[in-house]
Design a protein around this ligand. Structure first.
Ligand code: PEP
Length: 251
């Protein structure tokens, strides 16, 4: 039985005041979430504040990116050990915005996955196709390539220590959600791809859906056989909306 996971991706949003308000709202409503594991992935500079506020609660936290390197002359980067130092449990790896705006290759993403595990973090590996790729009929090819690069680099057992987020790029921040059937089809494909290397990893792996998930569509998406929760962008910035998405996994 896979416990659902709902993780918020705040992206580059917030201020000290809005982070404090959001965390207070989450803490006061988290009791309504009975089934899902809940986490927030905050901008790195707010992680000390997140740790101070969430320590001792059931809500976990994480970073949005990590360096592939352990330490050294990498100006501006943040090492996995630094995220761990501030109590991070998760880290998002290979988000489509990093692949698109920072030219992160499949190989770079795979190296970051390894670095995250070396620091004891649970990587949330994002995969997903663009609209052009979907319309070109190569969704599975793209997702398989992104996944296989990490399996080849880290090995299937290390991949199994993480979480996968299927995030069709055309659905991120656009208000266009994949239908539950469209999402389920790709999630089942991903699980099958994992099973080709290890049935145990495939059975245990949590595969989240991400892309305009909100309180209205979350329950139907999470009800799909291979959808084990969500990675939530826009709807994670309001406590009530995020808690409603988290509660969609309640049984
Ligand atoms: C994301 O950025 O991971 C995401 C899913 O964003 P949104 O929910 O805003 O589409």
């Amino acid at each position: 039985m896979r416990q659902p996971l709902v993780a918020g991706n705040w992206k580059m949003n917030g201020s000290r005041a809005s982070v404090a308000e959001l965390l207070a709202g989450l803490k006061s409503g988290i009791n309504q979430v009975t089934a899902a594991e809940v986490a927030v992935c905050a901008p790195a500079i707010y992680l000390p504040a997140v740790q101070a506020d969430l320590d001792g609660t059931s809500i976990k936290w994480g970073g949005q990116d990590v360096s592939a390197h352990a330490s050294g002359a990498y100006t501006g980067e943040i090492a996995g050990s630094m995220l761990a130092d501030f109590g991070c449990h998760f880290v998002i790896i290979g988000h489509s915005e990093r692949r698109a705006y920072h030219a992160e290759s499949d190989q770079a993403v795979a190296e970051k996955f390894t670095a995250a595990r070396a620091a004891g973090l649970v990587p949330i590996l994002c995969v997903g196709e663009t609209l052009e790729e979907r319309e070109g009929g190569i969704t599975e090819e793209v997702v398989a390539r992104q996944l296989d690069a990490v399996i080849a680099h880290c090995g299937i057992d290390v991949v199994g220590e993480g979480v996968i987020a299927y995030e069709p790029v055309w659905a991120i921040g656009t208000g266009k959600t994949a239908t539950p059937e469209q999402a389920q089809e790709v999630h089942a494909f991903i699980r099958g791809r994992l099973a080709a290397s290890s049935q145990a990893v495939a059975d245990g792996m949590r595969i989240l859906y991400g892309g305009s998930m909100n309180p209205k569509n979350a329950a139907e998406l999470i009800a799909q056989a291979d959808i084990d929760g969500g990675l939530i962008g826009g709807a994670s910035l309001k406590a009530d909306d995020f808690l409603a998405v988290c509660s969609a996994a309640n049984r």
